[in-house]
Design a protein around this ligand. Structure first.
Ligand SMILES: CC(C)(COP(=O)(O)OP(=O)(O)OC[C@H]1O[C@@H](n2cnc3c(N)ncnc32)[C@H](O)[C@@H]1OP(=O)(O)O)[C@@H](O)C(=O)NCCC(=O)NCCS
Length: 145
């Protein structure tokens, strides 16, 4: 598995994963994404200073993404892995490595994850990566300092 920064040729794979039913179900906005909107969004984030995206690949096969939306010294994390790769520890590993990479490049004090309360796999992966719950409601909020 290799972790890299997002590149232009990831556009279609990123779209397919973002739009998969497993990922839409766990998002706060569950609507499907139109490709034209994805393209506009992709072109904005790829060179943005406020959004950092890492990818994980199995040789050339796109396995997942981990994205950070940065506001001052805080970052909101969002991750997804292709369902074929679930349950092998890849999500946890990818969260750990991406957070380290982000913190190496940017002055970030806190990384926050906002997770639906029924998203047990995600809550477990973030806990194993060192995140601590600080708010529980319909949305579980976890942070890494
Ligand atoms: C969240 C996600 C990245 C986890 O990826 P993963 O590679 O399966 O995670 P891991 O293999 O590291 O699993 C972590 C733990 O959660 C458990 N787990 C994973 N999916 C689970 C599920 N659906 N129900 C219960 N436990 C689950 C694993 O067994 C593991 O626990 P263990 O080490 O005690 O066995 C992946 O499920 C995903 O992409 N989900 C869709 C998108 C999403 O929900 N993103 C998060 C939004 S913040």
């Amino acid at each position: 598995m290799r972790i890299n920064k997002l590149i232009d040729s990831d556009c279609k794979d990123l779209f397919n994963l973002r739009n998969s039913k497993e990922v839409r179900k766990m998002c706060f906005n569950t609507n499907k994404i139109r490709y034209a909107n994805h393209l506009k969004w992709f072109n904005n984030i790829i060179n943005s200073d406020d959004v950092k995206t890492y990818t994980i690949k199995d040789y050339k096969t796109f396995v997942g993404y981990c994205r950070f939306n940065i506001i001052n010294d805080k970052a909101l994390i969002n991750i997804a892995i292709d369902k074929k790769y679930y349950g092998r520890g890849i999500g946890t590993y990818f969260i750990i490595i991406s957070c380290l990479a982000l913190k190496k490049n940017r002055k970030i004090k806190e990384i926050i994850a906002e997770i639906k309360e029924n998203n047990i796999g995600s809550i477990k992966a973030f806990s194993k990566a060192g995140f601590k719950t600080f708010k529980t409601d319909k949305i579980i909020k976890m942070k890494l300092k």
